[in-house]
Design a binder for this molecule. Structure first.
Ligand code: ADP
Ligand code: MG
Length: 462
């Protein structure tokens, strides 16, 4: 595997290209339901209008005297780099992955890419795609006979909690699937993208991001219930259209400009804490449950509010400091599901006040119980809400209707917050935060970036 600086793929002679594909993969925000996907719970993301464009060109024979059959080149404009590898290198690692199994979480080493994370995402997609095809007894991947070039162009900020990594993996897997004649269904493609994160990058994420960027529909939020996922890898999707009273609202993304380095290790630690809490709770209660999401739907937790749930959990787990901490983590993972159910109803009924309250409650729980927020995310929520109230009043609008809640979105420890704002105040809010005298910059010294987005469709290719 080699990484070249600032080299774009050469423009092919048209007669030699046997396949040319263009795709767009959006990023996503999560309106509510955070850190619940890997806990067998509920989420409600939406794809956004920022994303990654990819162009694939497959040529029948090597393009020039320097290329060999089976050579792959992937250029990322955002990274200013081109990654080159041969299909034989992929085949070799795919064989070793097949010996152990695709769905494990053990890391896969990729020689030459130890320092190139984006390259590991790409190569991980090629390896798991090829391994899956071989497992199913399908023909070997078609680009072995020629050369393959993909160029990536992105409007999606990286590491901002908007799932550029899932968009990158779905771009590559979606292109490989298409060029191979669509052998894999959407659910398999999404799961492969998740295993790439687990095995090639070391992020123990759930499946929300991949499904959101792949399967979203225009103008709809995507409510996904993962309660069956730990049992049989199935999930239930419900597309939620906002009531017409909320259709004049847009997504406002507030990028805090910080991305704390502990995000990955803390993310994996939260997952491990929840797994341990589940084992201890099952032991203490003598019940069978596959996840905290499932447990939340059983006695004694069904129907309890947050404070009561926390009391019960602390009673069951809180014999020492570690147990108290796990009770708080489990409380978030369990109670967040009720907020998603409430948000689906509030969105469909046009109840801005309830929806805003649920978003704020979700943020508080992520901050104080799950402890994945940070000062910048908290300042951002506070600052944007205060400025929005002023701007709304200035426009003669009711602030509660014009600005619906604010919360962190994505894994946490930096990244972005998500707001729903009325179209008539969106631009004004963006302008306010462009000025260095805005309250977020006054507190943190960082100039944030704000994006107004539409609720968008998922991956498209043609
Ligand atoms: P997020 O998914 O929230 O944006 P992550 O840290 O999970 O944050 O993923 C960001 C990483 O994804 C980047 O560091 C890079 O490795 C990869 N990535 C995202 N977009 C691109 C792109 N257009 N080109 C190359 N790599 C990308
Ligand atoms: Mg990511």
């Amino acid at each position: 595997m080699r990484i070249l600086q600032h080299i774009e793929p050469s423009a092919p002679e048209p007669r030699r290209a046997i396949c040319c594909l263009h795709s767009f993969t959006p990023g996503r925000v999560n309106l509510i339901g955070e850190h619940t996907d890997y806990n067998g719970g509920m989420v409600m993301p939406a794809a956004i209008s920022l994303g990654i464009r990819a162009e694939l060109i497959m040529m029948e024979e090597p393009e020039d005297e320097f290329s060999q059959a089976g050579e792959v080149r992937i250029a990322s404009r955002a990274r200013g780099e081109t990654l080159c590898f041969g299909s034989e290198e992929i085949a070799e690692i795919a064989s070793s992955v097949l010996l152990t199994g695709i769905e494990l979480s053990t890391p896969v080493e990729v020689p030459g890419l130890e320092e190139c994370q984006w390259g590991r995402y790409i190569v991980g997609c090629f390896i798991l795609f090829e391994a899956t095809l071989r497992l199913r007894g399908m023909d070997r991947t078609p680009w072995r006979r020629g050369t393959l070039e993909i160029s990536l162009d992105s409007t999606l900020p990286q590491g901002a909690g908007l799932s550029s990594s899932a968009a990158l993996c779905i771009s590559i897997l979606g292109q490989l699937n298409k060029v191979s004649g669509d052998p894999l269904d959407a659910s398999t493609v999404a799961r492969l993208a998740m295993y790439v994160e687990h095995r090639f990058v070391g992020t123990a994420c759930g499946l929300m991001d991949q499904l959101a960027v792949l399967c979203s529909q225009a103008n709809h939020f995507t409510c996904i219930d993962f309660v069956r996922f730990p049992i049989n890898r199935e999930f239930e999707v419900q597309y939620v259209l906002a009531h017409e009273a909320l259709q004049q609202h847009q997504l406002l993304i507030f990028k805090t400009g910080v991305s704390h380095s502990l995000a990955e290790s803390e993310y994996n630690e939260r997952r491990a804490s929840c797994e341990r809490a589940l084992v201890d709770l099952k032991g203490a209660l003598g019940v069978e449950a596959h996840s905290l999401g499932e447990l939340a739907r059983c006695t004694p937790f069904r129907g309890l509010g947050e404070m009561e749930t926390l009391r019960v959990l602390e009673g069951l787990l809180g014999e020492n400091e570690g147990g108290v901490m796990r009770a708080r983590r489990a409380c978030h993972a369990m109670c967040e599901n009720g907020r998603v159910v409430g948000a689906v109803q509030a969105l469909s009924q046009g109840d801005a006040r309830t929806l805003g309250g649920l978003m704020r409650a979700s943020h508080r729980s992520l901050d104080s119980l799950y402890e994945v927020s940070c000062d910048e995310l908290n300042y951002a929520c506070k600052a944007v809400e205060e400025v929005a109230a002023r701007v709304a009043l200035g426009c003669g609008l009711n602030p509660e209707q014009a600005f619906i809640g604010s919360r962190m979105t994505g894994g946490g420890f930096g990244g972005s917050t998500i707001q729903l704002v009325h179209r008539s105040i969106g631009d004004k809010l963006v302008d306010c935060f462009c000025s260095p005298s805005n309250p977020y910059t006054a507190e943190t010294g960082i100039l944030p970036e704000l994006f107004l987005c539409e609720v968008s469709p998922g991956f498209s290719i043609g």
